[in-house]
Design a protein around this ligand. Structure first.
Ligand SMILES: [Zn+2]
Length: 74
């Protein structure tokens, strides 16, 4: 299966996209959280961080796990 990789920044059309594996800060429904060990793309031109569809799902799953934890603690 061919994996889709992001090579051009959709924001500024720059080709300076860097594939990075590490922590990524996200914001969803006004919750800020950091996802560890996620693959994402960083535009060296405008600083935009992007994730592909596969990792977007991982972020969603991680986020809802964190949300559940927070609810249980409250
Ligand atoms: Zn860019």
């Amino acid at each position: 299966m061919n994996k889709l990789t992001i090579t051009i920044c959709p924001i500024c059309d720059s080709k300076k996209m860097k594939k990075i594996m590490g922590d990524l800060s996200c914001e969803k429904i006004k919750h800020l959280f950091t996802v560890p060990n996620i693959v994402y793309y960083f535009c060296e031109n405008c600083g935009e961080k992007l994730t592909d569809a596969e990792n977007e799902i991982k972020i969603d799953q991680y986020f809802f796990k964190q949300l559940h934890k927070a609810k249980r603690a409250a």
